[in-house]
Design a binder for this molecule. Structure first.
Ligand code: NAD
Ligand code: DAU
Length: 363
């Protein structure tokens, strides 16, 4: 069996759902259920004997040691993290606590468990750490995409905390021989994405007839990957990756934020045309969701461009994304239209407080 942390969040939940749909191997899920963790993401696994959910913190060494001793996993896949850049700017402490201190405690518990394994189990064991392209910092327009040897230059408290966790993971391999794998992935999008992040926020706001807040000039570039492709990349690295190696994962889909928002609006215009009663918020003449776009104050320290060079994982492990941006974003918008109950349930009081805090001073 495998232990997956952060399994009730966006990518972790997609990973566990895909895993259980494709494999017979049991998954033990560990998640603290912060504001970003949502058991509804795993609702379709209810009653599935191959999935066991445990609520808890990766920083709780005793709990993690107990789970490792009880279930004896052949691998740990670590998704657990505080993941939102804007939240890290408003309040960095949780990021330090989970992403750095939490990862440290998790590594210690795993090291202790792994040290006690028999030789073959020890050699076969893997600790896969899921990280981000943001650790490499920001690229100028014409600079080559991030390769695995690009210097680390994190710019936000979030990316700095992820960078620190990557270094700890690397050190546990170098010093103790723990068989670790690290993946650094670009921006994901798809089902179960929490609507504090760009794409789901735009879909949810548009459907409610609210403004679509674009930071700065909207020309910042991200490299988008459909979440199911990220999950297949992680499975591939887990099976075939060489211990101690880093694999960059990306979709070869560099897009400016404003173009992303236009695409979302155009898809909604096609799939769920704006009701006449909502078209008047910003432009009474317009019947397009694009009329809701508003430019707001930029994110402090905003990285201009990310781009991933994903040639190593393709060359060495044979992984390539299956979706184009056009197919993935259509599936995503359709998923939000088909899952309005999920959306309504996450728009709780806490969510509204965050939106107020992040956007009220940007007008
Ligand atoms: P998310 O915020 O949607 O989910 C994070 C999950 O971790 C939540 O379920 C939360 O409850 C859980 N969690 C938080 N602190 C915890 C703790 N101390 N102990 C146990 N569980 C805890 O994040 P996501 O977008 O699914 O990202 C998952 C991982 O992938 C993160 O490590 C992130 O850095 C990385 N990543 C994300 C993206 C992206 O575009 N979203 C891209 C590359 C890498
Ligand atoms: O690159 C991988 C990273 O992608 C992950 O490590 C992070 O966990 C994930 O959150 C994401 O980080 P970003 O900061 O790129 O994602 P976010 O969706 O917050 O923002 C994407 C871009 O859109 C960014 O340039 C900021 C901009 N933006 C975002 C929001 C929420 C807006 O213009 N308006 C908004 O309201």
């Amino acid at each position: 069996m495998i232990l997956v942390t952060g399994s009730a969040g966006f990518i972790g939940a997609n990973f566990v759902l895909n895993w259980c749909a494709q494999r017979d191997e049991t998954v033990v899920s560990l998640d603290k259920l912060t504001y970003a963790g949502n058991l509804e993401n795993l609702a379709t696994l209810k009653g599935n004997p191959r999935h066991l959910f445990v609520q808890g913190d990766i920083g709780d060494a005793e709990l993690v040691a107990g789970l490792l001793a009880q279930y004896r996993p052949r691998a740990v896949v670590n998704f657990a993290a505080e993941s939102h850049v804007d939240r890290s700017i408003h309040g960095p402490e949780d990021f330090i606590q989970t992403n750095i201190v939490g990862t440290f405690h998790l590594l210690e518990a795993v090291r202790s468990y792994w040290s006690g394994l028999a030789d073959t189990e020890k050699a076969d064991f893997r600790f896969l750490h899921v990280s981000t392209d943001e650790v490499y910092g920001s690229l100028a327009k014409d600079e080559p995409a991030f390769s695995e040897t690009h210097r680390y230059e994190p710019n936000s408290p979030y990316s700095a905390s992820k960078a620190a966790s990557d270094h700890l993971v690397r050190a546990y391999h170098h010093t103790y021989g723990l068989p670790v794998l690290t993946t650094n992935c670009s921006n994901n999008y798809g089902p179960y994405h929490f609507p504090e992040k760009l794409i789901p926020l735009m879909i949810v706001n548009a459907l409610a007839g609210r403004k679509l807040p674009v930071y700065g000039d909207g020309q910042q570039i991200r490299d988008w990957l459909y979440v199911v492709d990220h999950c297949s990349a992680i499975r591939c690295v887990l099976e075939k990756g060489r211990p101690g190696e880093v694999y960059n994962v990306g979709g070869w889909n560099e897009k400016a934020n404003l173009d992303i928002v236009h695409t979302v609006c155009d898809l909604l215009d096609e799939l769920r045309p704006l009701p006449a009663s909502q078209s008047s918020i910003l432009d009474p003449q317009s019947s397009s969701y694009r009329s809701l776009i508003t430019f707001v104050a930029d994110r402090p320290g905003h990285d201009r461009r990310y781009a991933i060079d994903a040639r190593k994982i393709e060359r060495e492990l044979g992984w390539k994304p299956a979706e184009t941006f056009e197919t993935g974003i259509r599936k995503t918008v359709q998923w939000y239209l088909d899952n309005q109950d999920w959306v309504n349930n996450v728009l709780s009081g806490n969510y509204r407080q965050w939106i107020e805090k992040n956007y009220s001073e940007r007008a």
